[in-house]
Write a protein that binds this ligand. Structure first.
Ligand code: COA
Length: 274
């Protein structure tokens, strides 16, 4: 089991809190997305995992099905609006409806601005921001507008701060935060809640691995947040579960950081308890 899937167990939520709900999780085959799929599935949702690589999806679905979860998959690149529509429409016809969308698919490579080509910048913005639009629109049109539901966008806590090697990601994710608020406002009257979860540094993720490799000397990235640790996939998954559950029925248009107070800490001077 990779480190990002170390779960908070046992769950403190009712196991049937999402019974009868159908969820689509993009990037659901690996890392945080797989843990979100696992936690939503373990609380009663039928989960459709979507991403680019069929073999990755097949392995994830086999693993989660082995745990007794009701999971299936659809192959699409979230940048391709037609392919996204085909997966969303397929999920709705197979499962009867779509109630929950988790826009988790993301592209990232750590690089200074001076080394990001126009195409590299565009690739990340297209996956993170355009992809979130594509999936949200397709789900709205195919099902959510009929009966409401919950959208959770996985963002990053970069909107208020500059971050080295992440100019393209910070720009894209700030757009995701903005889109979160716009969709929450426009789609609230349809009974659709839209929120974002912004993970800090997360153990076992491709992003942290690539970032560690990019740091001069290849040193592991040390947690600099006041709680003094990296996050786990389950830290993101359980907030996502809460946001998709009836417990959060009046929560919408919010971007919630899950980063050990890293984004709240302006000067990062504190080394321990004071
Ligand atoms: N440094 C600088 N530029 C890079 C780069 C790096 N480490 N990695 C990719 N690029 C550039 C490529 O050179 C290319 O630009 P060019 O055409 O001007 O040469 C551009 O990014 C697109 O690369 P490509 O590999 O063709 O795109 P892709 O669509 O197949 O991949 C990425 C998308 C680049 C975001 C890829 O890193 C990815 O898919 N990552 C997903 C996994 C991941 O990182 N998840 C963690 C999310 S936090």
């Amino acid at each position: 089991m990779d480190e990002s899937t170390v779960s908070v167990e046992p769950s403190w939520f009712r196991p049937d809190v999402l019974a009868g709900r159908v969820a689509l999780v993009t990037g659901g085959g690996t890392g945080i997305g797989k843990e979100i799929s696992r936690v939503l599935g373990a609380h009663g949702a039928a989960v459709v995992l979507a991403s680019r690589k069929q073999e990755v999806l097949e392995a994830a679905v086999a693993e989660l099905a082995e745990e007794g979860l009701d999971v299936s998959f659809g192959v699409c690149d979230v940048r391709d609006a037609d392919a996204v529509r085909s997966v969303v429409d397929g999920a709705v016809s197979e499962r009867g409806a779509l109630d929950i969308v988790v826009n988790n698919a993301a592209g990232n490579f750590p690089a200074p601005m001076s080394a990001i080509s126009p195409n590299g910048f565009k690739a990340v913005v297209d996956i993170d921001l355009l992809g979130t639009y594509n999936v949200s629109r397709a789900a709205f049109d195919a099902s959510l507008r009929e009966h409401g539901g919950s959208i959770v966008n996985i963002s990053a806590p970069f909107e208020q701060r500059g971050v080295v090697y992440q100019a393209h990601v910070a720009a894209a994710k700030s757009g995701v935060d903005s889109l979160t608020r716009s969709c929450a406002v426009e789609w609230g009257p349809y009974g659709i809640r839209v929120n974002a979860v912004a993970p800090g540094s997360m153990l076992g993720t491709e992003g942290l691995k690539r970032f560690s490799e990019a740091v001069p000397g290849g040193a592991p990235v040390r947690p600099t947040n006041p709680l003094g640790r990296h996050g786990h996939g389950s830290d993101i998954a359980y907030l996502t579960l809460f946001l998709c559950s009836p417990l959060a029925r009046f929560v919408s248009g919010q971007v919630i950081a899950v980063d050990g107070a890293g984004s709240a800490d302006m000067l990062r001077l504190q080394a321990g308890p004071i």
